[in-house]
Design a protein around this ligand. Structure first.
Ligand SMILES: *Cc1c(COP(=O)(O)O)cnc(C)c1O
Length: 383
């Protein structure tokens, strides 16, 4: 079986540098908030053009830290796309606030601005206070930040970009990381930039927000960085020094890896366009290609996946159930009675293996097999 994501070839490229970095940490012993953590924060800011970077424990905590900094609580409405990973909505529920699910666009799979407008009206009708929007850059492509910001500003809402899948990508020539007041990402190993455990970051353009986040990350400590003086309720949200050191090494390969991902996506799209709806990427966006996701005939998806599996090719459904249909989130509000695009996509999408080191002959084998199986099970191309 071809691995869906293979992290070994990348490790092979930097193994000596990683071992040297581990030795340095074993020697200096600053396992928590060691010098590598601060170096990483500076290098991430330089890489993506964000004014400030706060490293943290994981991508979910990154989202939660910002909600805590914004004092989000009961009665506050936060607008979240229904077609995303659970973490985006989960953190809102942690705060006791109201998730309002928004539908996504059929083209980019990202938050639909019209549905956001409807969601804001729905929230007001229910007596909630609209506070913030969390667009997600699904599968690596940025949401439409210009349009979403216009709506957010009109209603006095802040925007936090969930860029867990898109770090490394661009929107209108700007790197993901400085497109909203705050942007969060995840360094979970299979993400485009991953460490060897859990890790995450918040990027922000707001120095006051940064100060609060620094405090929240270490148990709400005071200005003099004394964790035994707690001026607010915080958490343990630190990134391990060892993960920061790993990310510093991986960051050196990252620009090249983004190009490699793009090349594979192009080859897939060229080879599969006759049998499936290949991913749409806006002309003014560069995807980080966290996932390569096709739309296929929903009545044949299962057969197609089974046919691929028999030939040793894994495929995965991201996501089989939109969040408003998940048991844990079914009581929360939706922008409209149904969210037809999110509901439809969960029945039609299919993701193929994509990582920077997927060999060209493996790519061709995947393309050929996908076309053969599609013909055999008579898959019809969907719109
Ligand atoms: C992975 C992911 C997260 C959570 O990141 P973790 O580091 O796993 O906590 C949040 N949002 C989205 C869209 C993700 O894909």
């Amino acid at each position: 079986m071809i691995p869906f994501i293979d992290l070994a070839p990348q490790q092979h490229r930097i193994r000596p540098q990683l071992e040297a970095a581990f030795r340095r940490i074993l020697d200096h012993g600053a396992y928590i908030m060691g010098p590598e953590v601060y170096t990483l924060e500076a290098q991430l800011s330089a890489f993506c053009g964000a004014s400030h970077t706060l490293s943290c424990s994981n991508g979910t905590d990154a989202l939660a830290l910002v909600l805590m900094a914004k004092n989000i609580g009961p009665g506050d409405a936060i607008f979240v796309p229904a077609f995303t990973f659970a973490a985006t909505a989960e953190v809102v529920a942690w705060m006791g606030a109201e998730v309002v699910f928004i539908d996504v666009l059929e083209t980019t799979f990202n938050m639909d601005p019209l549905s956001l407008e409807k969601g804001i009206q729905t929230a007001k009708k229910r007596g909630f206070r609209p506070r913030g929007v969390i667009p997600v850059d699904l599968f690596g492509q940025a949401a439409d930040y210009d349009t979403l910001h216009t709506i957010a500003e009109k209603h006095g809402l802040w925007v936090m970009a969930d860029a867990a899948q898109s770090f490394g990508g661009t929107y209108k020539g700007k790197k993901i990381g400085s497109l909203a007041e705050s942007t969060t990402t995840s360094f979970y190993p299979p993400k485009p930039l991953g460490c060897y455990g859990d890790g995450g970051a918040v990027f922000t353009e707001n120095p006051d927000l940064l100060k609060i986040l620094q405090s929240l990350r270490i148990h709400g400590q005071g200005e003099d960085n004394d964790k035994y003086k707690n001026i607010r309720v915080g958490m343990n949200g630190r990134m391990d020094t060892i993960q920061a050191a790993i990310l510093l090494e991986k960051l050196t390969l990252f620009p090249e890896e983004i190009l490699l991902r793009q090349k594979i996506a192009d080859r897939y799209s060229h080879g599969l366009q006759e049998v499936a709806q290949t991913p749409f990427v806006r002309d003014d966006c560069q995807s980080a290609w966290a996932q390569y996701t096709l739309k296929v005939d929903p009545s044949k998806r299962k057969e197609l996946m089974e046919g691929l599996r028999q030939e040793g090719i894994p495929s995965v459904i991201y996501y089989p159930l939109p969040l408003h249909h998940q048991k844990a989130y079914s009581a929360y509000a939706c922008a409209t009675e149904t969210l037809p695009v999110s509901e439809g996509l969960s029945k039609t999408v299919l993701s193929l293996p994509l990582h920077p080191y997927l060999a060209p002959d493996t790519q061709d084998h995947i393309i050929k097999t996908f076309c053969d199986v599609s013909t055999r099970v008579a898959v019809k191309k969907v719109a």
